[in-house]
Design a protein around this ligand. Structure first.
Ligand code: AVJ
Length: 306
């Protein structure tokens, strides 16, 4: 059994550097805020990935191959999934998501848009081994993992994740993975410190969610969104900083925070094309294909099992 929200919160807030797993950002309120982030002028990632997908559809379809099984890690509600489905025309589409609600919504909407496509939703955590239904034994499996979600993993975790996916897709399988590229740190900084404060609300919603679901008593006004680019580690770090000395209850537990102490809520790793190729190779994939947007801000890698 995977640990519950409460167990993860207690464990994370008991660490010397307090931390919370970013997967808990995405309750209903958090998912709405994330959609708003994707439309922010500073948050270039979503637009860059959409435009590179649109511009390279034919080449993406050739890479995936006709009649593949397309397996998306994530719920597939996005515009780029529809584009890809139209371009690739897979024989089956399987969405894997932790949120049963998001999954149901996506499967319903996609079934309406693609009535002839064999669509399945698998409720599960794609960061753990899972059983994916097989439609035709010899069909090429292509895992689609867009959005730079892989950036949430440390390079060690990403290595293990790629290895596991390599096991899922088999010897003739492939992966299409979206990766945010290294760039001017001020551009990165702005993307996670938007002028409208939507990213701040997204980050703070994690504390609100703990209050709502776990009976926490976080006083949101005593916390500040704090995000910066850690260049030596090649990642954006998001934290929630305590504005004063305080103590907070979560269920039966109490946690104390000193003034300026932070809860580390997310990493978002950025890679150079070469760095990501090396990482992919360590996970058992060659990287014969790379598509980028015009400004070369974002990359979609076509990985082939090696
Ligand atoms: C969905 C993990 C790719 O890291 O850019 C956006 C999440 N966090 N703004 C990212 C996020 C703050 C996003 N990922």
């Amino acid at each position: 059994m995977s640990p519950s929200f409460l167990e993860d919160v207690i464990a994370g807030l008991s660490l010397p550097q307090k931390a919370l797993p970013p997967k808990y950002f995405y309750d209903a309120a958090g998912s709405k805020l994330f959609e708003r982030i994707c439309r922010l002028p500073e948050y270039y990632l979503t637009r860059a990935e959409l435009s590179l997908t649109r511009a390279n559809l034919a080449s993406l379809a050739r890479f995936a191959g006709r009649k593949c099984d397309l397996i998306e890690y994530g719920s597939g509600e996005s515009l780029k999934t529809r584009l890809l489905l139209r371009g690739v025309r897979p024989s089956a589409y399987i969405a894997v998501d932790i949120s049963p609600a998001a999954l149901l919504g996506a499967v319903r909407a996609l079934t309406r848009a693609f009535p002839k496509l064999n669509i399945t939703g698998v409720a599960g955590d794609f960061s753990r081994p899972l059983k994916i239904p097989v439609f035709e034994g010899k069909t090429r499996r292509v895992v689609y993992f867009p959005g730079s979600t892989i950036g949430n993993l440390t390079p060690d975790e990403a290595h293990a994740f790629l290895r596991m996916t390599r096991g899922q897709v088999g010897a003739h399988g492939a992966m299409l993975v979206g990766v945010d590229l290294k760039k001017d740190p001020t551009v990165l900084h702005a993307a996670y410190n938007d002028s409208r404060g939507v990213t701040a609300r997204f980050n703070l919603n994690l504390l609100a969610r703990i209050n709502r679901e776990l009976g926490g008593d976080f006083e949101l006004r005593r916390w500040r969104h704090y995000a910066f680019y850690n260049a030596p580690l090649g990642r954006i770090e998001m934290h929630l900083a305590s504005l004063k000395k305080q103590s907070v209850a979560v269920g039966q537990h109490r946690f104390s925070f000193s003034e300026g102490e932070t809860i580390h809520t997310e990493n978002s790793y950025k890679y150079s094309a070469e760095e990501f190729r090396v990482l992919a190779a360590s996970g058992g994939f060659a990287a014969p294909k790379l598509w980028m947007d015009k400004k070369e801000q974002f990359a979609l890698f076509g990985l082939e099992a090696s």
